[in-house]
Design a binder for this molecule. Structure first.
Ligand SMILES: Cc1cc2nc3c(=O)[nH]c(=O)nc-3n(C[C@H](O)[C@H](O)[C@H](O)COP(=O)(O)OP(=O)(O)OC[C@H]3O[C@@H](n4cnc5c(N)ncnc54)[C@H](O)[C@@H]3O)c2cc1C
Length: 473
């Protein structure tokens, strides 16, 4: 194994790059830096690395890839469409970010599969996508965990990688308009400083219910979330002049499980979008009410226009229903949810009044006997042709949950953090959910892991270039 002393000195950057956050964006940036012989000091606030990235369950978008070889030029237009009205401002800037995201998706997936050996061989179609392009593995391990744990394993093999957990960055240090490092404190509370260029990959603020969420979206106070409660970090960057945008654009995911054992818990487990993507349907009071493959925003709005079943937390009771065919396609997910008591095997009769009729019509549309009245055209693995009251189905109860913050610090396509006037802040890059502008008003499922890999790697490359350029100074 190479050690710093065995790496030729001309290829080894003298100073470490500082990466803040050990989710997928931070790990992608760190991997890229290490691949260029740049030492990395990664600071992570939690005791365990992985952030929200390790929880990701549906997958990562990419097109074309070896598992999605169909020429797919609609990824860019799907993203633009999903971004919606947010695109009315800073149009050119946003379009550049979106084309960087979608044009780099093939190489991002190939990097994970071909260079890191991660299995992403299953491809599903999620809401808002006109083609299947969300990749996950065929085995039991959810995609977030398999990607994060593999990247971490590779990084830990490098002597250039220094990971410190339970250490929170409290301030970004600067001299004039240049970022020079960070102040941080670990478990004993003592403040320390690290000097070097900084990549911020500190995630979003969906779990900061009492702080940033309450400030930017007070209407979402009281909603449950899929994110752990933790303060958002954009203020550390605005303190050195970073511009933020889209801070009020918060994604509410339509399906977080209501745990029958603890229905009023504010922290919900996500019911992965792939359940609907692979053929699952939604029932409200025994009726379908939306094309389940519509965007998250539209599915959520269709639920929330009805009276909630509880105000503390604010939630609705929607049934998510899979047949045997869909179950087999997402077996690892459903087995896990059943093990956690969030889904159960039941019969259509048990789903309550109206369900049999709704499931029959869905099955007829899936079999091509009639057009779906809600406009759904892909039924993926749905296989039940003649639903009966005693037909076996898999079901759980779900509700909308605060899930993802589209807003954050403004970056350009080099992942450089920009000031109000649009100039870059020297020595500072950002990637992942801490940034804003890549998704507009609505993030497509699978595009967050993608943004972490794409912009994280770009940040790593540019930071390495910066350090090597400063080598002699
Ligand atoms: C349950 C769930 C399922 C999801 N499924 C998918 C999916 O299938 N596909 C998809 O594309 N997206 C999915 N998402 C969204 C996606 O996982 C996240 O948006 C993405 O992983 C964010 O990655 P990140 O690296 O930007 O941040 P994170 O993974 O959240 O990592 C940020 C890290 O920074 C650390 N940190 C924060 N502040 C500091 C500080 N001051 N000092 C030191 N460390 C700090 C945090 O502790 C954290 O570990 C899902 C999200 C959730 C919650």
């Amino acid at each position: 194994m190479a050690t710093p002393s065995t790496i030729p000195p001309q290829t080894l950057a003298k100073q470490s790059a500082i990466v803040v956050g050990s989710g997928l964006a931070g790990l992608s940036a760190a991997s890229q830096l290490i691949s260029q012989n740049v030492p990395v000091h990664l600071l992570e606030r939690s005791a365990k690395p992985g952030g929200n990235s390790i929880k990701a369950s549906s997958g990562i978008n990419g097109a074309p890839t070896k598992y999605q070889p169909v020429f797919d030029d609609a990824f860019y237009s799907d993203t633009i469409k999903s971004a919606g009205k947010a695109l009315f401002s800073m149009v050119t800037h946003r379009e550049k970010l979106i084309s960087t995201l979608t044009n780099s998706s093939a190489s991002a997936v190939s990097w994970l599969v071909d260079q890191k050996g991660i299995d992403l061989s299953n491809v599903a179609q999620l809401g808002g996508h006109t083609h299947p392009r969300t990749h996950r593995g065929a085995g039991q391990t959810p995609p977030g965990a398999s990607i994060v744990l593999t990247l971490l394993k590779f990084l830990k093999e490098s002597p250039l990688f220094n990971l410190q957990t339970s250490c929170t960055v409290t301030k970004v240090l600067s001299a004039g308009s240049r970022v020079t490092g960070v102040e941080y404190s670990c478990e004993n509370g003592e403040k320390k400083e690290l000097h070097g260029p900084v990549i911020f990959a500190s995630g979003g603020f969906a779990g900061d219910a009492e702080g940033m969420l309450a400030k930017y979206r007070p209407d979402l106070a009281g909603y449950p979330s899929t994110n752990d409660p933790r303060p958002g970090t954009q203020p550390l960057l605005t303190a050195v002049g970073a511009q933020v945008l889209d801070m009020d654009l918060v994604q509410v995911h339509p399906t977080g499980f209501i745990d029958p054992k603890n229905p009023s818990s504010p922290l919900k487990f996500l019911a992965a979008e792939v359940l609907r993507g692979e053929g699952g349907l939604l029932l409200m009071d025994g009726k379908r009410f939306i094309n389940e493959l519509d965007t998250r925003e539209n599915v959520t709005n269709a639920i929330m226009k009805n009276p909630s079943s509880s105000n503390s937390p604010k939630q609705w009771e929607i049934k998510i229903v899979l047949d045997e065919g869909v179950y087999n396609a997402v077996k690892s997910h459903v087995d896990f949810y059943m093990w956690k008591g969030l889904m159960k095997i039941t019969t259509i009769e048990e789903l309550g009044d109206g369900a049999l009729e709704a499931v029959k019509r869905y099955a007829d549309a899936a079999a091509g006997k009639e057009k779906d009245s809600l406009g759904r055209t892909s039924f993926a693995h749905w296989s039940l042709k003649d639903p009966k009251p005693d037909s076996v189905v898999y079901a759980g109860i779900v509700t909308p949950v605060v899930h993802f913050t589209m807003g954050g610090v403004l970056i350009n396509e080099k992942s450089e953090v920009l000031k109000e006037e649009g100039e870059r802040i020297e020595g500072l890059w950002a990637a992942g959910e801490v940034t804003g502008g890549v998704h507009g008003g609505n993030r497509l499922g699978g595009s967050s892991l993608l943004e972490c890999v794409v912009f994280g790697r770009i940040a790593g490359d540019h930071c390495a270039e910066f350090l090597k350029g400063n080598q002699g100074s």
